[in-house]
Design a protein around this ligand. Structure first.
Ligand code: TXA
Ligand code: MG
Length: 348
């Protein structure tokens, strides 16, 4: 398939491109589009065949449900059975924005879109291009992140092209994503609000509005139960090299990783993901990524997936990462890093 690639102004996208993208969706095709979190791979959420095509293009297991994106709050009522008061309060505060809420689904949402579940995840993104695209396409876009399943989520148009060229009808490139990590997911479909995936909207921000928020033990704790967001069980975000997170006090981390660099066997390429203050201390590494520090944690989130992809481009065999336990985004950053490392963490 020939994939159309269009660059647009993130604040004022070309109307003709938006119309073309909308027409592709209305005729059952797939379009990758920017959001404030990561790029999405969109299809008509109310068309089971379009959802099937999304799973195929990504190589994604079809028990892993898709998020339905809307561009007007009122549109939520057609796809849900009931919207609790809490959701209205949260929407008032965080929508449009990087928060996904799960509800009981209505009959018009195909089982294919929700991976067979009787619930639907709904998100109203703030990116102007996402909003115009969703409107042009008829209001309901099913979209997972626009990466091949298991690879890091795409945070710019080139990432999408690398994974999706020839697999989908069109890519809309509006430059780098502002946040760089996927939305926070909360479940409001039964009982008290529960967080299923951490993101930019953190537990403190949610509790300020609706009181205490529980967290899915399977994702945040040590429980061996299955996560409530099926996607959280898969190995994700993973670079091809073997990755280890080294946690502990600054100097011990630097000397542990430096020893590993010195002991490596001939021809093995090593990269280090470092905070700014340690970045020039990893002598002998093939690549050192300065991913930022606690004072500018937004940068860490923005750069994380690009950094993991660059490790692949540079054919890195072994990756060591410091821990980035930052105040506001730390939970979300570490959740993605730990999954990228396949839970391989060493404390020194
Ligand atoms: O920021 C985002 O949320 C991005 C952009 C494109 O909007 N999308 C995204 O989609 O991250 P995806 O498919 O990569 O991740 C969706 C997650 C998966 O872990 C999936 O299992 C979970 O949401 N999910 C979707 N619907 C669900 C449902 N009804 N119940 C529980 N989990 C659900
Ligand atoms: Mg994803």
């Amino acid at each position: 398939m020939n994939t159309i690639y269009e660059k647009v102004d993130p604040l004022d996208p070309d109307e003709a491109v938006m119309k073309k993208a909308g027409d592709i969706i209305r005729s059952g095709g797939l379009v990758a589009f920017p959001t404030e979190t990561v790029y999405g791979l969109g299809g008509d959420a109310l068309d089971a065949d379009a959802s099937a095509k999304i799973y195929e293009a990504k190589g994604r297991p079809s028990d892993n449900p898709l998020i339905v994106h809307i561009a007007k709050f009122e549109d939520i009522y057609r796809i849900t059975q009931s919207v609790p008061e809490e959701a209205r309060i949260l929407a008032e505060r965080f929508w449009p924005g990087p928060l996904t809420m799960i509800f009981k689904k209505s009959a018009i949402v195909p089982d294919k879109t929700t991976g067979g579940l009787d619930t639907v995840a709904v998100r109203f993104p703030s990116h102007p291009v996402a909003q115009k695209f969703i409107e042009a396409a008829g209001g309901y876009i099913a979209a997972p992140s626009a990466n091949i399943s298991g690879r890091p989520s795409p945070t710019n148009g080139e990432h999408v092209l690398a994974d999706m060229d020839t697999r989908i009808d069109m890519i809309i490139d509006a430059g780098p994503c502002d946040i760089g990590l996927e939305s926070t997911i909360i479940d409001l479909s039964s009982g008290p609000c529960m967080m299923l995936r951490p993101g930019y909207v953190n537990d403190r921000m949610l509790s300020e509005v609706i009181g205490e928020v529980k967290k899915d033990e399977a994702v945040f704790g040590n429980s061996s139960a299955a996560p409530k967001a099926p996607g959280m069980k898969y190995r994700h975000y993973a670079p091809r090299g073997e990755m280890t997170i080294v946690a502990g006090s600054g100097d011990r981390v630097v000397s542990f990783i430096t020893d590993k660099i010195n002991q490596r066997s001939e021809g093995t390429k090593i990269a280090v993901l470092s905070c700014t203050k340690n970045a020039d201390r990893y002598k002998g590494a093939d690549l050192v990524f300065d991913v930022g520090d606690a004072a500018n944690e937004k940068l860490i989130a923005q750069r994380l997936y690009d950094t993991l992809r660059r490790c692949d481009e540079e054919s890195i065999d072994i990756i060591y990462s410091e821990e980035f336990d930052t105040p506001s985004l730390g939970l979300a950053i570490m959740n993605r890093l730990i999954k990228a490392a396949g839970h391989n963490i060493i404390r020194v």
